[in-house]
Design a protein around this ligand. Structure first.
Ligand code: 5AD
Ligand code: SF4
Length: 470
């Protein structure tokens, strides 16, 4: 039985009423001028997608948006808890708002997202940042209008932190940031409890959106001109398990792929333990799924994988990679790696190096282990010094740079289909991306932004390619 609860096909009527009330209050306060919001998002694409929902709700409440906090009536930081560095940045940037609040006492400053689901963080904000008026976690998104209304009207500080409400809410108005690249969440939460990771504690249990809702949202995106659509979830490979009629991720993405049109479908993130042959076959046989697999392996050492509770070993990972290479012509592989997990030795770390040499990833997201309060790994012995870990980390970057350079230079002379994404501010060149998610820089007219083009690869510089329009 599914324990998902779908709340109507639009955000609940109560929340719609709150949005209308906010619009009325702001109209009076601003004497008819449009109220403005500044939203800053930290962390992963899941947070970006949440911010797009918040922006949707704010737009329905009459708000426009600004790129700088100084002119805003409402400031919101959507925060990330995955590593200490992300948290430190948030604390630093919130601190910097103190003077702004002093100059404009009517501004409402709010914090939301993963960090706010942690009790020790919410307490610190409460005590150290009295100018923050509203704090809410990832579980409170569906009644953000209500929380904001009370902040504006009651004038009291509101702190709403998690409960074990693992319901799934639908019907958010979404205001997407991009006009041709877009995110489409297919599931929320995570059940894996990797021992280093805070996500299951701050985003709750895994729950999948109904397939028909996703299909209809994907169709809408394709027909309104989205060219690059990324299906989002903490572990998309286990999509559909909690639904009343179970569906696999491969079935879902293959059905979306049936839609005609010129677009790419991407997805993130995959977990190696659940990455099925069925999914790899689906990519190989599809018309629109990009030939790219982001498959985080975290460590090349079986001993560390076990301590991380990853539930696959090096051999199984390499078998999946071999199958992907065999089936998907020119597949581009990327991964996440953690260096310096508690108890990791240099011998373990060398296993990670040998794995990246063996696979030849296009690019890597590499992180030094960061202890997270409340996770099992934070209680493990961690004898290796920070300096030593940084040394290993640099070694990893050097090896990967060599591999990426080799991989990219092997593409010189090839023709690639790319999506033109933006104009580089300094040089006026265009930035484009291949189906394998590799960046290509080229000369061309900015009117090409948002279109697919064929490009001849002329040069490679580390992991960036140079190309010419054909
Ligand atoms: N320390 C360092 N890196 C982490 N990640 C998740 N938790 C931690 C942590 N505590 C990394 C993993 C994950 C990516 C999103 O962030 O590599 O795949
Ligand atoms: Fe964290 Fe592991 Fe879940 Fe990824 S799969 S979000 S690393 S617990």
């Amino acid at each position: 039985m599914s324990d998902n609860i779908i709340v109507a096909d639009k955000l609940s009527e109560k929340q719609q009423e709150y949005m209308a009330l906010i619009a009325e209050i702001m109209e009076i306060r601003k004497r008819g001028e449009k109220p403005l919001a500044f939203i800053r998002t930290y962390g992963c694409q899941q947070n970006v997608a949440d911010s797009e929902k918040i922006k949707g709700m704010l737009a329905r409440s009459g708000f426009g948006f600004v790129d700088e906090p100084d002119d805003a009536d409402f400031i919101l930081f959507n925060t990330c808890a995955v590593r200490e560095h992300a948290e430190d940045r948030v604390f630093g940037n919130v601190g910097a708002l103190k003077n702004l609040k002093r100059r404009h006492p009517q501004i409402l400053i709010a914090l939301c997202g993963c960090m706010m689901e942690q009790e020790h963080i919410a307490n610190r904000i409460y005590q150290s940042f009295p100018f923050v008026g509203l704090v809410f976690g990832t579980h409170s998104l569906h009644h953000f209008p209500e929380l904001m209304y009370h902040s504006l009207v009651d004038g009291k500080r509101i702190f709403e932190r998690g409960n074990d409400d693992n319901k799934l809410y639908e019907g958010f108005p979404v205001r997407r940031d991009g006009s041709f690249k877009g995110w489409l969440p297919i599931m929320y939460g995570c059940n894996n409890f990797c021992t280093y990771c805070i996500v299951p504690y701050v985003r709750g249990r895994e729950r999948s959106r109904e397939k028909d809702i996703i299909l209809s949202e994907a169709r809408d995106m394709i027909s309104s001109g989205y060219k690059d659509i990324t299906l989002l979830g903490q572990n998309v490979n286990s999509y559909g398990k909690t639904l009343q009629t179970p569906v696999t991720f491969a079935q879902l993405i293959s059905e979306i792929d049936q839609n005609d049109g010129e677009y790419w479908l991407r997805f993130m993130t995959s977990h190696p333990k659940d990455c099925s042959k069925e999914l790899i076959d689906a990519i190989a046989n599809s018309r629109h799924i990009s030939k790219h697999l982001h498959l985080p392996f975290q460590s090349g050492s079986d001993r560390i994988l076990k301590a991380m509770n990853r539930r696959y070993d090096r051999k199984k990972y390499l078998e999946t990679i071999a199958y992907a290479k065999e089936k998907i012509d020119g597949v581009s592989l990327t991964s996440d790696i953690i260096v310096g997990f508690p108890g990791e030795t240099y011998e373990d770390f060398k296993e990670t190096l040998s794995l990246i040499r063996e696979v030849e990833f296009t690019s890597l997201f590499t992180f030094i282990y960061s202890p997270r309060v409340g996770t099992p790994a934070a209680k493990m012995d961690d004898p290796v010094s920070a300096e030593e870990k940084s040394k290993w980390f640099r070694e990893l970057l050097d090896v990967q740079e060599e591999i990426a350079a080799k991989r990219c230079s092997s593409m010189v002379g090839q023709t690639e289909r790319v999506l033109i994404e933006s104009e580089k501010e300094k040089t006026g060149e265009l930035n484009a991306r291949t189906s394998g998610n590799i960046i290509v820089e080229l000369d061309g007219d900015p009117s090409l932004i948002g279109t697919f083009q064929n490009v001849k690869i002329t040069k490679a510089r580390n992991w960036i390619l140079k190309g010419e329009l054909i």
